[in-house]
Every structure is written in C-alpha cells, then in structure tokens.
Design a protein around this ligand. Structure first.
Ligand SMILES: Nc1ncnc2c1ncn2[C@@H]1O[C@H](COP(=O)(O)OP(=O)(O)OP(=O)(O)O)[C@@H](O)[C@H]1O
Ligand SMILES: [Mg+2]
Length: 535
C-alpha cells in the first residue's frame, strides 16, 4: 500500500513537469484541419474565403457597396500568392497587428448580430498557415480615409505566445482612398471544379447580388462578377441574448461581468424580452432576492435562477434583427449566374433555435444550364448550393442539416424522381440559405450546419414551398410537350383523311386539307389555353 502511494506521488511529480499551458495558436497549428487547412487545395479556398468574407462584412458595416479584387498567382509548383483588396472602411493602425497575427481576436464573437465572421480566428489562421508553409509573413496595406496615411505591415504570429511579431511597419503611397489589401503566400494547389475558388466566388455572387468582384486566376484570366442591384442588404440589428438560450456557464460569466447594480436590472437590461414583471417572477421562483448584487450571486443560486428562467414563459426573441436575401433578389442572383428555364424562391418567416433567431430561404433554378453538372460529377442528381449568412459552404455537404432536410423531403410529389435516402434527380440547382445571429456550425472551419430540430423543420417547410412551385412548372411543361405530340400525330394523318373525304364528297382535296389544318390548330390553341389556366 505504502509502496503504491510512493509510486503515485513520483508519477504525479513527473507529469507535473510536462504540464503547461497550450497556446491557442499551438493548438490550431496541430489541428489546422479544424480551421479548414487540411490539404493544399482547401487551404487556398479557405484563405480567400476568410479574406473575402471579412471584406464584405466590413463594407456592409460601413454601408459601402463592396468592390472586391481577388488575385491568385502561382509562384512555384506548390506555392501561390493570394491578394484580396476591398474598398471597405480600412483598419485603425493600432488594431492591424492583433487582427492579423493573433488568433481569437475580433469584433464579432461577443455580439449577437448576423455577420459572415463570428469567431475571430479566420484571417489570422490564414496568415499563420502561410507563415508555417512558406516562412513568409502576411502583408497588410490599409487606409481609413484619404486624409490619413496608408499603413503597411508585415506580420508573423508568435505561436507560443499567440501574439503578433511585427516584421515591418511603414507608411506608403496608395491610390485607394480607403480600404484594406492583404497578401498571403502559402503552400497550395489550384484546381477548378466543385470545391474551387472559382466556384466559391460564383456562389458568393449569387447570394450577394449587391457586390462586384473582379477575379484574376492563376491562368491570368480575369473573371468579373457584376452587381445585380445597387441596394445594400438591410442592416442586421444587434440583439441581446434571449434568456431561453442561455447555459449555466454563460449566465455565471454574465453575472460576473455585468454593469448592472442589482439582479432585477441585470435581467431586464442584459437580456432581451425580460420586463420588470418577468424579472420579478423569475427571482420569486428561484427564491433569490431581486436586489442582490449580481457578482455576489453564488453558483447554486445561479443554477436556481436558470431553472426559474426555463420554467418562466418569456416572449419569443425579436426577429427583426435578421437580413435575409429575399425572394426577388435570390431569383436575380440565380438568373445572373445560371441561365435556366425556370426559377423559384421562398423566404420563410423567422424562427428560433436555442434562443437564437434564424431564418431559412430556398432558391431553385430548373432546366437550361442547371442541367449541366460540373465535370467531376457524372450522376444526374440535383446540385445543391448551401449558404450561411450569405457565405457559400463548399465542404461537408453530407454532414450538414441542409442535406438531411433535402433527402427527407418527398421530391416525387414535386415531379422529381428520388431514391430512398438520396438527393432527388433532375436538372435542378437548389440553393438553401440560413441566416442567424449565430449559425451553429459543426466545427470552427464553418462548413456544415448542426442538426437542430427547429432548423431542420424550417428547412423542410421552405423546400416544400419551393417544391410546389417547381411542380406547377413541371406539370405545365409536361402538358405542353404532350400537346405538341398530339398536334404532330393529327397533322400526320390529315393528308390521308383529306384524300378519303375528297373521294367520298367529291370535293377538292386541297380545300379539305386546309380546312382540317385550320380546325386542328384552332382547337389545339383552345386546349393549350385551357390546360395553362388549369395548372
Ligand atoms: N478587410 C477588413 N476590413 C475591416 N476590418 C476587418 C477586415 N478584416 C478583418 N477585420 C476585422 O478583424 C476582425 C478579425 O477578423 P477574423 O477574420 O480573424 O475574425 P472574424 O471575422 O471576427 O470571425 P471568423 O473567425 O469567424 O472569421 C474582424 O472581426 C473585423 O473587425
Ligand atoms: Mg473573418
């Protein structure tokens, strides 16, 4: 027994020597796949995606119509230079090093507001990946006004400390009045097709009809994505958390950090939808004094508070904080990038999961170019394009809630064939979009949406709405085809019929044929008209 205890102490001391803090940068250096840098092809896409998403967020926050330039140049067989430049508000000098060379530093994590970025990792992770694979620092040029100088920085991340190392810092001449340009050299692979940079930009143009993008690819081609509207999306509003979405750890943190002097004002001012009457109800139920100082509330009382919150009826969160694309602009965006035969869209009313407001929209393009599947896909299944807060999601389709919603919808009802548990078949590009103040991604690389029942339900309702519109169109076209076939059949027999009648009635065959033709077409026109008004 004594022998054993001695051994245990020695082991604990040995282990203690190895126990130390892990910096977030070291963690993500080892786990780069969690951030979307698991292979060179994906690394190129993720880098551009993080930079472009940030540019669009910044422009929209500053109410500037985004004008983005993206360039990818091949430097060596497996090495590329990425340049992304925007006409956004620019970045204040002091903030530049931390934004680009410190993980978990950003303006969006603590706010409940619909935006593309949410974690504060994106762009610094891209810079860190470039630094790890090429040894080159990230280069930033930024200016906040024509009256202010342009700052140029070269930055590395000190991964042990998760702090920026400034390699170069200077003022330069720049023709741009305001905006930001980033340059990252990285190990990468360029390839067109389904999960490419080209596809990401095309899909971004569909979901963001208000942006203009010029893209120079490594082959030197310049691809322009024009604007379809000059109107910026409605600005999403920032909201406070809804009490029903809160977890104990967060409640305790909020109690410690609040500026409110007592529990009552904490509940009414740090949360949405809590009136003084509701606050009193919660406190009474939890048997905690409404006048208590929030930072003094012990964990057990916080737990009681949480239980009381969950048992109290509270008005649902306000949903005017969301900014969906809208049915008209979804169709405009699809028309701009896909030349199809029929388009439909639907935007569902807002709903709530875990206290977070969200909204689902679905768009659909049928026939025409929607028929051509990208080269790497040989099947005739529909193509799905997924978006979260207007950002295309190109990886992990199978793990995404959108996929489950699509395969569990009965597409046979809407004129498409479908095998059990599979995507339906047909010449369709199906767009599905979720907007929320917090999109529940399954990982930090923001590729797939988690399977919350409320989200799945809304997705299915949106798919059904669009499905019904598609069914109407298919019915109409099928009918039109059947009617044309019928006309052709009649036409084939008219000469024979005319000969027979001419012989019987001793009338001129030509006159009979002309009359029969005229009657047929008149009647068929009526038929088609009736068919259309029925469907
Ligand atoms: N082009 C830009 N113009 C203006 N501000 C920017 C630009 N790029 C980044 N920022 C600022 O830098 C912050 C950090 O960006 P970063 O991409 O690391 O995180 P994020 O966008 O907040 O979240 P995510 O990790 O989900 O992308 C942003 O929150 C934003 O405030
Ligand atoms: Mg970002």
């Amino acid at each position: 027994m004594v022998e054993n205890t001695k051994k245990e102490i020695i082991t604990a001391v040995e282990l203690a020597k190895k126990q130390r803090e892990i910096s977030v940068s070291e963690f993500f250096t080892k786990n780069r796949h969690l951030l979307g840098f698991d292979n060179p092809r994906k690394a190129l896409l993720t880098t551009i995606k993080e930079a472009v998403d940030n540019s669009l967020d910044a422009c929209e926050e500053a109410k500037i119509l985004p004008d983005i330039y993206v360039e990818v140049t091949q430097k060596a067989e497996d090495r590329f230079l990425v340049i992304v430049q925007d006409n956004g508000p620019g970045i204040v000098k002091e903030q530049i090093p931390k934004i680009f060379a410190k993980l978990l530093y950003g303006s969006k994590f603590h706010t409940m507001k619909q935006s593309r970025g949410q974690q504060g990792i994106g762009i610094s992770a891209a810079g860190m990946y470039g630094q790890l694979t090429t040894g080159k620092p990230i280069r930033i040029t930024s200016r906040i006004s024509p009256k202010k100088p342009t700052h140029y920085y070269e930055l590395n991340i000190n991964t042990q400390k998760n702090e920026p190392d400034i390699i170069k810092e200077t003022e330069i001449e720049w023709l741009t009045e305001h905006g930001t340009k980033i340059e990252i050299e990285l190990e990468a692979k360029y390839q067109k097709g389904k999960q490419s940079v080209d596809e990401y930009l095309k899909q971004t143009a569909i979901a963001n009809p208000h942006i203009k993008v010029a893209y120079k690819n490594p082959e030197g081609q310049v691809i322009e994505f024009p604007r379809a509207t000059k109107e910026l999306p409605v600005e999403p509003k920032e909201i406070k958390p809804h009490p029903h979405g809160i977890e104990l750890g967060i409640l305790i943190k909020m109690l410690r950090m609040t500026k409110s002097k007592n529990l009552g004002s904490f509940l009414t001012s740090d949360f949405s939808r809590v009136s003084p009457a509701v606050a009193k109800l919660i406190c009474d139920k939890a048997k905690v004094d409404i006048k208590s100082k929030p930072e003094r509330i012990p964990t057990q009382e916080a737990d009681n508070l949480l239980k009381a919150i969950r048992e109290t009826k509270i008005m649902a969160p306000q949903t005017n904080c969301l900014s969906p694309i809208g049915e008209d602009l979804i169709i405009k965006g699809l028309k701009k990038e896909i030349n199809a035969e029929f388009y439909a869209a639907t935007t569902r009313p807002p709903s709530v999961y875990r206290g977070n407001p969200f909204q689902i929209e679905v768009g659909l393009a049928y026939g025409g170019e929607a028929q051509t599947t990208p080269d790497d896909e040989k099947d005739d299944l529909i193509r799905v394009i997924r978006f979260a807060n207007r950002v295309p999601l190109l990886y992990q389709q199978g793990a995404c809630a959108t996929n489950k919603a699509i395969v569990t919808t009965a597409w046979k009802n809407y004129g498409l064939s479908q095998s059990r548990g599979a995507l339906p078949s047909g010449p369709v590009i199906l767009m599905i979009h979720m907007v929320s103040v917090w999109v529940p991604f399954t990982s930090e690389s923001k590729e797939a949406i988690a399977h919350y029942p409320e989200i799945l339900k809304e997705m299915k309702l949106a798919l059904q709405e669009v499905g019904r519109k598609l069914a109407g169109h298919i019915r109409k076209t099928v009918k039109a085809i059947q009617q044309t076939e019928r006309i052709n059949l009649f036409e084939k027999y008219i000469p024979e019929l005319a000969t027979a009648i001419a012989q019987l009635s001793e009338t001129d065959k030509k006159t009979i044929q002309t009359n029969l033709d005229a009657t047929l077409h008149k009647n068929l026109k009526e038929l088609i008209k009736n068919g259309e008004s029925q469907s």
